[in-house]
Design a protein around this ligand. Structure first.
Ligand SMILES: [Zn+2]
Length: 349
């Protein structure tokens, strides 16, 4: 089969690799229907994270089950399934507490297990899925093509945006600010609205992203950043600040902007992968009673709930995909993400 490997900085190649097979009783093999390129795939792509050897890549995909091992009980051959960006057994204490990203037996796509078995990346034609019962979620039926983009967001970006909203304690009637206009930030707008926010303020400088934010329920868009951005938030909230702020970038500047935008006693939910050394200003948090929560999103925990709403058409997070690429053009999809000429690249084998 063909699968994507990253060889080094800005070096993405589609290569022929062995077809995966069921190796363990808990494995499934999934034929990928759609995958995507994540903002976090850009860290190794840009050389921010060193690539020591050619490595499989891609951690968001949906597909159809082609084979299952003898112990797999929750998915069957022919099922359409959604794969969260982390693998989990679903049974350990952390999984049962809903933090599947800390699973004691957890694995990551595009890596190897302790015994050296390849765990395929999502940007390929087929994927071996260890711990299929704990990891995969099947849809009620085979979806229409039109629904596939929204289902694919449940692999990562919609669940991650939702995690930011949950971590910030978004509740009905609140004013919510979203920092970041990537796919996660846009999904966070949708998540905040879904949880009953009365007013959502999206911080974005790009017209195409602002349009999606408004479709997802943003009432106001703030283009300014830093001190000016905070001043504008204060102005829009009568000098008070926001009840909840969803930080969806991960830089020092974005975290500070999020904290500064919260009202005294407000909450910041952060899901941006930390880059460039963000640190918490404890003195400021102490004096303002602003609390900060969040982290890597356990999207597996949210999948059933969000799937219901995507399936019924109540939410349409797939709108974040604004360009389609064939798997053969995966290098082009990375370039488009890197140059921000796409919000989120939808890739089909
Ligand atoms: Zn677990």
């Amino acid at each position: 089969m063909r699968a994507t490997l990253i060889h080094g900085t800005r070096d993405i190649r589609l290569e022929e690799v062995p077809d995966p097979t069921v190796q363990l009783p808990g494995d499934a093999v999934v034929r990928v229907v759609a995958a995507c390129v994540c903002g976090s795939d850009l860290w190794p792509y840009r050389g921010v994270r060193e690539v020591k050897q050619p490595t499989r890549i891609g951690h968001e995909f949906v597909g159809v089950v082609e084979a299952v091992g003898s112990e797999v009980s929750t998915v069957r051959v022919g099922d359409f399934v959604i794969a969260p960006f982390a693998l989990s057994d679903g049974t350990c204490p952390h999984c049962r507490n809903g933090i599947q990203t800390s699973c004691l037996n957890g694995e990551w796509w595009g890596s190897e297990d302790d015994d050296g078995r390849v765990i395929d990346g999502g940007q390929g034609e087929l994927v071996r899925v260890p711990m299929a019962d704990g990891t995969l979620v099947a849809t009620p039926e085979t979806p229409d093509d039109a629904l596939v983009p929204s289902l694919l967001t449940l692999s990562d970006v919609m669940g991650t945006g939702h995690h930011a909203a949950r971590a910030a304690g978004v509740a009905p009637g609140q004013t919510v600010v979203v920092v970041g206009d990537g796919a996660v930030g846009l999904c966070a707008v949708l998540a905040a609205r879904r949880l009953g926010a009365e007013r959502v303020i999206a911080m974005s400088r790009h017209a195409d992203r602002q349009a999606i934010a408004r479709e997802f329920g943003a009432d106001d868009v703030v283009e300014e950043r830093g001190h000016d951005g905070v001043a504008r938030i204060k102005e829009l909230t009568g000098g008070v600040g926001a009840d909840a702020v969803l930080e969806c970038v991960g830089t020092k500047e974005s975290m500070q902007q999020a904290i500064d935008s919260a009202r005294p006693g407000g909450r910041v939910g952060y899901v941006g992968v930390p880059a460039g050394g963000p640190e918490l200003p404890i003195g400021q948090l102490f004096s303002s009673n602003v609390s900060v929560g969040g982290g890597v999103a356990p999207v597996r925990a949210y999948l059933p709930e969000l799937l219901d709403e995507v399936w019924s058409g109540d939410i349409n997070p797939g709108r974040v995909f604004d360009r389609r690429f064939a798997l053969a053009d995966i290098a082009e999809a990375y370039r488009a993400m890197d140059e921000r000429t796409t919000v989120k690249a939808f890739v089909q084998p």
